[in-house]
Design a protein around this ligand. Structure first.
Ligand code: APR
Length: 175
């Protein structure tokens, strides 16, 4: 049973086996956390990303971490919010599941996530947090490999939203 933690911080500073990047389908960098990770990792990250031929929304691909304190980066393009009737919830859940499965199959013990899709991609953070928390917590119940997952929130509102989502999840689990 792995541990789930919610913290406020900058994911590029986390010394974990892998940090997750909220990427786009080209995997060629961008703004937000994608930009921050590429800046911190250095140009070799983009060089490796160029060999990956992009990544479908909801899927995940792994690279080395280069100048980051994290050993690896798992890149996952989240869904762009279009109102909620385009399977955005299914695709967002898929991002978390694919990243966790990829980490597990790579033998990773510690992983850190940003709040996928809730920035530029406009996914309402309350709904995204519920999906992220339940998907991560369900996975941690069963994995025998991953020991710790940290949700790294970049601002206070996101932090409080994820903490609320975790409390709600734990309440429901007790019923
Ligand atoms: N550490 C942790 N979280 C961060 C950091 C950071 N250094 N920088 C930003 N964030 C947070 C944002 O505050 C937001 O809560 O990451 C979350 C995701 O926001 P975005 O980075 O905008 O990602 P997303 O909404 O998934 O949009 C992806 O934006 O940067 C482009 O190339 C990227 O096209 C893709 C799109």
């Amino acid at each position: 049973m792995g541990k789930f933690k919610i913290e406020k911080g900058d994911i590029t500073l986390y010394e974990v086996d892998a940090i997750v990047n909220a990427a786009n389908t080209t995997l060629l960098g961008g703004g937000g956390v994608d930009g921050a990770i590429h800046r911190a990792a250095g140009p070799q990250l983009l060089e490796e990303c160029k060999t990956l031929n992009g990544c479908d929304t909801g899927k995940a691909k792994m690279t080395k971490g280069y100048l980051l304190p994290a050993k690896y980066v798992i890149h996952t393009p989240g869904p762009i919010w279009h109102g909620g009737d385009n399977y955005e919830d299914v695709l967002l859940k898929s991002c978390y599941q694919h990243c966790l499965k990829l980490g597990e199959s790579s033998g990773l013990k510690t992983m850190a996530f940003p709040s996928i899709s809730t920035g530029v991609y406009g996914y309402p953070v309350e709904q995204a947090a519920g999906i992220a928390v339940s998907t991560i917590c369900e996975f941690l119940k069963w994995t025998e490999v991953v020991e710790e997952v940290i949700m790294v929130c970049h601002d206070e509102h996101t932090l409080q939203t994820y903490q609320r989502a975790l409390n709600e999840y734990l309440e429901e689990s007790r019923m």
